[in-house]
Design a protein around this ligand. Structure first.
Ligand SMILES: [Zn+2]
Length: 487
């Protein structure tokens, strides 16, 4: 089966055909950097991380651009989020931007999200945005009013094609003062005149001001990916007006289609309620990482299809943790068996067919619009078979074990990012460090047992059990398993 993507533009499942064979150019709307990233961001960016990882594993060369919004994203009240935060904390706006950009990348690194190839900042692309606004003015799609520039939605018959929202149905939440400048209440700002107290400001043909939020994505996508590119990603919450306006600006300015495939990620709720600071159910990625390891957060996010809404609850996270532990324990048992397995093939040879069929089922699930819940279910079924094999008493050859490990490493590791690599590389994550520390304690206990120091041996076993590591003494040595605390 070839890759198929549910295209939000047109609302149908379509075969994926990139513009240039073998090459995928992809743009994903990035964060507005004025606060700590939350678990809704985690869902969004883990989704596109897996999309990029899968496309690369499928042989595509991917150019992944994800912007940093550091100017122009206003609240409904017209207030600038970054300026408000700067005022609250007595900081310079660019200090806020720098602080939260760094935190954003740090959190993404901890979640194992591979960095985009290019992370352009809106504030670093003011000339490109001005140029595109000038083109829109020249082509009659925009007008100047009182030092601001607005896009005239009535000049674009396609406006509304992504969100299926049509101009006459829309309610305008725009402030009265601004509405007075607009020809139509639905028109949106391309450039805003800066009031005297507005610190983030640039010179322009229309006086000092700053760009509207939507224009940055159009200008930066054009700069790095061209007028037409393959995949545009984002969160469903931004389909209107942001994504809709991006399409309008780009297609009216460039005269060609903007993005061929639109992939939008469903929203995230906490205990069934939309996350908000005022409700006190706002969970940052940092807080989530204090309770759950990154692989568990990823497993949770990927256990629901990306286009569907997901509800973050303690129970769901604990279920994800148990599911992940089953996978990881089987991976470690496999790797452990590899240390003492006979080189040649033995009784386990027939198992190679099971490895092959797991790989095929996994690829089918991913090719079907990146259905990660199914892909994870494939790994779980495979794990049941692996456990049966390893506990069956048959002698499994190194070649079979290597194929099992390779399947876990390729599918669960390289693509889903939930299985740590066998060898610790540099500072690559806490799971390997933790495994190394547990191994050390298991060895110390083995030494205590050899010296018949039963008190010390029991003390080490109980200490490990108290942090959720259970030991099992087998004739060929001790194995350990991670189990969720029952509390
Ligand atoms: Zn955007």
């Amino acid at each position: 089966m070839a890759l198929r993507i549910f295209n939000v533009l047109g609302r149908e499942l379509q075969d994926f055909t990139p513009i240039t064979p073998g090459q995928v150019n992809m743009y994903v709307c990035g964060p507005t950097v004025y606060d700590h990233p939350h678990i809704g961001h985690a869902k969004n960016y883990i989704t596109f991380d897996v999309v990029v990882r899968y496309l690369r594993a499928s042989g595509y060369n991917v150019l992944y651009v994800q912007n940093i919004t550091d100017v122009g994203h206003l609240l409904d009240t017209g207030e600038d989020r970054i300026l408000r935060k700067a005022a609250q904390t007595q900081s310079k706006p660019m200090q806020i931007v720098e602080t939260y950009t760094r935190i954003y990348f740090e959190m993404m690194d901890r979640l194992g999200v591979v960095r985009p190839d290019i992370s352009p900042r809106a504030s670093g692309h003011i000339p490109e945005q001005i140029k595109m606004i000038e083109t829109l003015l020249r082509k009659g799609h925009a007008y100047v009013a009182n030092g601001s520039v607005y896009f005239d939605v009535t000049t674009d018959p396609d406006y509304g094609k992504l969100s299926n929202r049509h101009v006459e149905e829309q309610e305008s939440g725009t402030r009265e003062a601004v509405r007075g400048e607009k020809r139509n209440p639905e028109d949106f700002a391309l450039w805003k005149r800066a009031d005297p107290e507005h610190i983030l400001r640039w010179d322009s043909p229309w006086g000092e001001g700053f760009p509207g939020w939507h224009i940055e994505c159009s200008a930066m996508a054009k700069k790095y990916l061209g007028d037409t590119f393959d995949i545009h990603g984002g969160g469903i919450d931004n389909i209107f007006p942001h994504n809709e306006s991006e399409i309008a600006q780009s297609e009216c300015a460039n005269g060609v289609p903007f993005a061929n495939y639109w992939m939008l990620v469903g929203s995230l709720t906490v205990d069934g309620i939309k996350m908000s600071k005022s409700l006190g159910n706002f969970i940052t990625i940092e807080e989530a990482l204090k309770r759950f390891r990154p692989e568990v957060i990823r497993t949770f996010m990927l256990s629901v299809h990306y286009s569907n809404p997901v509800d973050y609850t303690d129970e769901a996270m604990e279920a994800a943790a148990r599911g992940w532990e089953r996978l990881y324990n089987a991976v470690r048992l496999t790797r452990r068996a590899m240390n003492s397995a006979p080189a040649g093939s033995a009784d386990g040879n027939a198992f190679l067919a099971a490895v092959e069929s797991a790989r095929r089922a996994f690829t089918d699930a991913m090719d079907d619009n990146f259905t990660t819940p199914k892909a994870i279910a494939v790994l779980q079924d495979f794990t049941r078979e692996v456990n049966t094999l390893l506990n069956s008493g048959t002698t499994v050859g190194l070649d079979v074990l290597t194929e099992i490990d390779r399947a876990y490493t390729d599918l669960g590791g390289a693509i889903l990012g939930i299985i740590p690599a066998a060898q610790a590389q540099g500072n690559s994550g806490s799971a390997q460090r933790e495994a190394a520390l547990i191994e050390l304690l298991v060895q110390m206990r083995a030494q205590a047992r050899a010296a018949k120091n039963w008190a010390e041996s029991d003390r080490l076993r109980d200490a490990l059990a108290s942090v959720g590591v259970v030991l099992e003494d087998r004739p060929d040595g001790t194995v350990w398993k991670i189990v969720s605390n029952e509390s």
